[in-house]
Design a protein around this ligand. Sequence first.
Ligand code: URA
Length: 445
Amino acid sequence: MNPIPVIEAVRDGEHLPDGSLEAFLEGYLAGDVEEYQMSAFLMAVVLKGLRRRDLSRLVHIMLHSGAVLELGHLGGPTVDKHSTGGVGDKVSLVLAPLAAECGVYVPMMSGRGLGHTGGTLDKLESIPGFRTDLELDQFQRILEELGAAMIGQTSEIAPLDRRLYALRSVSGTVPSIPLIAASIMSKKLAEGLQGLVLDVKVGAGAFLPDEERALELGRTMVEIGADHGVPTVALATAMDRPLGRTVGNALEVRESLDCLRGAGPPDLREVVVSLVTEMLLVGELASDSSEARSTVTEALDSGRPLERFRRMVELQGGDPRAMDDPGHLPTAPIQLEVRARGDGRLHALDPLILGRAAVELGGGRTRLGQKIDPAVGYAELTPPGSELAVGDLLGIVHAADRDAAEVAANALRRAARVDGDGVEPRAQVSHRIDERGVQELRSGP
Ligand code: URA
């Protein structure tokens, strides 16, 4: 197979001849297309896009590059959620056990950190011993017993996304509607779901910061879900600031545990509750939104999802002591407090700057296969909207050494905009997209 004409056709915005995309992608999996050729192809898609028909073919090939699960025997609806990627986005860790507590089966297949954003797999693996590379039968046993299990793309399910995802992360080829849509929808459809809820991030820390493009991504994925007979709903949520008050793998696990205890930051809680509410509706476990929301809130406040998460950690090989004692999670040797140098209102906290700085600290990857440091990142970030006086805490950098901590501290000072031109924060949950179209919501910041 000669891969060059396929790359050139996408580069020139031309139609891809029948069978050529299939041969190109199969060639990549077989080792006949090199990583640099795939990187060129991905960059061409980022710059030129893909026609709708070619996107459907891409989803089909990625979905069928591995097994498609058959989960009809479970005693309840199988519904999952996926995010388009954000900074401080630890939603899945709270959502999976919470949705399971409410009667949904959540066969969650997640990804690692992607570009400047964190990934659920890296967060889970910061719990000592936690395995995200389970065999399929083990995954299904845990799912059956607990109602939730969390793994990564494997050589058995969505292997093509596993390879492309890792390559996109380190080649500047994430921000593309067809690539994000194909990546997310191929692995979610491989889970054999009855429903899907998507969290489409909007704002500076998202891969598609602009609202219009983010909503187009949401619509594209809802349409792909419908084409495959999987009812799909998307919520647009704020990523003009980090979600919650931590950025970094083990630090985000701690914050998720707080949320599972019924505490945690209100923005994280609001996004989790809104998404699980949609999961109950799409799974037909509630007749209307207010019934679903009160079931979800009651479950979250009961502490039962934390017990479910503890059992999941245990069954997936992790150390359950980390659930109660953060001393069992990785801890960075240096913790540097960063304080405000002036008085005023914190108008914005740029998530892109913080996400990139967390990668620089070693919490993410800049090369294929790079090992990450689970302990590093930011904690106790001050939420935008807060009034600050000189010397107030902006956040705490967790780093492997003092030099790295200083660099990350400077990044936090740059990210924090005190006063200035008063940018309005986005609503926490701003839009809902389903097959009927886009609806604007009014959930406050
Ligand atoms: N999440 C994914 O799984 N893939 C993307 O491309 C972006 C977010």
